[in-house]
Ligand binder design. Sequence first.
Ligand SMILES: Cc1ncc(COP(=O)(O)O)c(C=O)c1O
Length: 463
Amino acid sequence: MPPLTDQPLPPPAATALDLIGRTPMLELTGFDTGPCRLFVKLESANPGGSIKDRVARSMIEAAEKDGSLRPGGTIVEATAGNTGLGLAQVGLLKGYKLLLVVPDKMAREKIQHLRAMGVDVRITRSDVGKGHPEYYQDMAKAIAAKLNDAVYINQFSNPANPKAHETTTGPEILEQMEGDVDAVVVGVGSGGTLTGLGRFFAKASPKTKMVLADPVGSILAPLIERGEKVEPGAWVVEGIGEDFIPDNCDLDLVAKAYEISDTESIATARLLLTKAGILGGSSSGTLLAGALRYCRDQTEPKRVVTLVCDTGSRYLSKVYNDSWVAEQGLVDRQLHGDLRDLIARTPGDAVTVGPGDTLLTAYNRMRQADVSQLPVIDDGRLIGLIDESDLLEAVEDRRQDARFRQPVSTAMTAKLHTLQAGEQLDSLLPIFERDEVAIVMEGKEFLGLITRIDLINYLRKAA
Ligand SMILES: Cc1ncc(COP(=O)(O)O)c(C=O)c1O
């Protein structure tokens, strides 16, 4: 095989700690960047999969140095996930125990990853604010105070957080851009990235402007752009956006802020994957969308950098899952003002079985798609429905060894109560009361199913 590059490869690292930082950078082409050139720094290439490995190492080493973290001690933190993964990545290699308080809106892949590393994960509410005992930061602080030999790392106030970016991320960006950077587009979670990079560039490259990409619902962009104090809203992008101004967040460093909707963030994250082959997290979509807007707003050529803060592999069940995106109302979908708007899986992406498929196939499809019932389609026509109770009834007799090999037609319910698409929402309630799912038709054509959770999702979006 010919060498991949003329550059010498680095020698093997002694520990995964040595693989933190020195992340690659990529120029994005094929995007509408107006007169500008746009570059992304792939923080997803850190061993823990996110930018937070850098701050985790810096904060742990600062706590070791000041004596607040002693050998075998416990690190406690309130985290949206990535800081926790970074702390686990670094902390476990250094022999510490980890206890993390995580708000309940976070992607399940992050929680699975943390639990796989042996972290004590405490899930808490994401619908309460600062000052409430179940607010994730208040809860972490209270837990740390009760434990022996525990340190509350507190990324929101810990000076070692911005320091990591001031001393590593910033100098790397400037070196990779050969000393010529006009703007860096960042998000704010704790403010560490903004403040650390802002401080570095103010000294090392004063022409470099800091630009904020902020989710709609966060209080930061309205404050910066219009001096407006808004009530915090809700957003699905993870890791960025704030309902308060953290101590580590120096908003004076921001030259311009953009508000990015969840719909735009998700569409842009998907574009980053399909156009550039980079699987980034939800916030990468926000940052890229903000960076593209900044680029297009320029009249002179500029060199702009943004970050892919974490890997999208931890958002496969969300950002890259069509059903989830549709359920959240995060696609520009044509609305009809009738029952069709509640169907999560349209015929094109519905999971179905045929009458001749085995019960094992039906079972596998239910498991795989995480659904409790499947429409049975024969020759394009709906002829039945098979749900978990039909399946259980057909397979419960253990003396029969062919039970999972029986065809779906023997177990399905063929007597179906259907609704027409134009019917009112109220027509769903008697169906759910009978413990059935609603089968929605347009004339004789099957459009899809509506379950209780689809109605709840719909009502939640309308709230
Ligand atoms: C997933 C994620 N977490 C955190 C951050 C930034 O965090 P902080 O403000 O804590 O440095 C970003 C920044 O874009 C991010 O994308």
